[in-house]
Design a binder for this molecule. Structure first.
Ligand code: HGY
Ligand code: MN
Ligand code: MN
Length: 419
């Protein structure tokens, strides 16, 4: 059975991981910071493009910076099999999130070259812009634009906390490409495959080599602006305060209470990842606070109820704390199921490779959930060490774990590319 070169894949992952590397102070570990459209992201993009061109792939960059690298098929006008993911990262990332899928795709191409295999269909290796959403506030930006969920102009207008806009930053790093973003809609892929780290503890705890991903849960992000009254911490009596920091804390605790209530289903997850009081001084009652809310739920119905209940709680906090809470939805996707037939093929390929596997829903969002609107789509998960920790420099999957996932994806890609 055809297999990839595991060591070469891992060398590529380590090489890309050196771009945007930083030393994480508290732990001394080396992490990765390639926030979307920063210089580090630009450098990482140029490195992957260089690898794509070394492989003789036909590379196009679209107007939102998505990159598609095409390997011709015997019947080159047929819709391609696309293998993709992302190479942008959160600011405190590891080397595997997203990169495994893109570099796994390039390793599959190298393996096909070496084996003189010309598949019937073209194969395209892609990476999408700003999957993480950390900098400009909404996730899966490039793949959502490419598949028509987000208009290009509204993506261009998004700004980061310094007020820098997506369009200007794309241009600045040299990735405001010429290709229309609709390219992939005009000729939908025959199928889309993504290999990704699980980013959670399940597969490793159950000693499974492969996760057959059934789909992605619903995601709902909000940005809160809480306005109270700034005051002197020593002279202002408590009953005269309008403390934006306390209001943010109440919302954060309410998230925890909502989960504990069980009213929104066991798997509901809620996170207030950012709380930024202003002016953030020890002796000043914060007159303003910015905060974020991240809700996840595999049930759309439970998610909607949770959103509605949370928003009505804001009114209660406004009354109790004499503040104003403005909220803005910054990301929202419903649960997305993946193609059941390809899931079965992934399970069969894992069996043929002697790899243990199980079905698993994705707790994290992925570009695959956007491509699923256009074509049959599936994901292959690999386990991670240290309880599968991710979005953290401790993120780690072994060379064997990475190779197993990409070897399974290779089998599926070969099957699909011969259909
Ligand atoms: O937030 C997520 O689920 C993904 O890491 N973008
Ligand atoms: Mn990812
Ligand atoms: Mn991520």
């Amino acid at each position: 059975m055809l297999k990839i070169d595991a060591a070469r894949l891992y060398r590529a992952i380590e090489a890309l991981g050196r771009i945007g590397a930083y030393v994480d102070e508290p732990t001394g570990l080396t992490g990765v910071n390639r926030l979307a459209l920063t210089d580090a992201d630009g450098e990482g993009r140029r490195q992957v493009l260089a690898w794509m061109r070394e492989l003789g792939l036909d590379v196009t960059v679209d107007r939102i910076g998505n990159v598609y690298a095409r390997r011709a098929g015997r019947e080159d006008t047929l819709p391609p099999v696309v293998i993709g993911s992302h190479i942008d990262s959160v600011p405190t990332a590891g080397r595997f999130d997203g990169c495994l899928g893109v570099l796994g795709g390039l390793e599959i191409v190298r393996t096909l070259h070496e084996s003189n295999i010309r598949t019937r269909r073209p194969i395209v290796v892609a990476f999408f812009t700003d999957e993480e959403g950390s900098r400009f506030g909404t996730d899966m930006l490039g793949s959502a634009v490419a598949t028509g969920r987000l208009p290009l102009e509204s993506a261009y207008a998004l700004r980061d906390r310094q007020g820098l806009a997506v369009r200007d930053e794309l241009e600045r790093i040299g990735f405001l490409g010429p290709a229309p973003v609709e390219t992939i809609q005009r000729m939908p892929p025959h199928a889309y495959l993504e290999c990704h780290i699980e980013q959670g503890p399940i597969l490793r705890a159950r000693e499974r080599d492969i996760g057959v991903v059934t789909g992605v849960q619903a995601i709902s992000w909000q940005a809160l602006t809480i306005t109270g009254k700034s005051a002197h911490a020593g002279t202002t009596p408590m009953h005269l305060r309008a403390d934006a920091g306390v209001a943010a804390a109440k919302v954060n605790l309410r998230l925890r209470e909502m989960i504990a209530s069980g009213r929104y289903g066991e798997p509901m997850r809620a996170t207030m990842g950012a709380i930024v009081p202003h002016p953030g001084m020890v002796n000043i009652v914060p007159g303003r606070a910015l905060a974020t809310v991240d809700l996840r739920n595999p049930s759309e119905e439970d998610m909607r109820r949770a959103e509605a209940d949370l928003i009505s709680y804001y009114t209660q906090v406004e009354r109790e704390e004499k503040v104003r809470i403005e909220w803005r939805r910054t990301a929202r996707t419903e649960p997305v199921p993946f193609d059941p037939k390809i899931q079965d093929r992934i399970a069969a390929a894992a069996d043929a490779l002697g790899l243990g596997h199980e079905r698993i829903i994705s707790g994290a969002g992925h570009d695959a959930q956007e491509l699923a609107r256009l074509c049959p789509t599936a994901m292959v998960f690999v386990p991670g060490e240290h309880d599968g920790i991710s979005h953290n420099p401790r993120e780690y999957s072994t060379p064997e774990q990475c190779a197993s996932g990409v070897n399974v994806m290779l089998q599926i890609a070969l099957d699909l590319a011969e259909e």
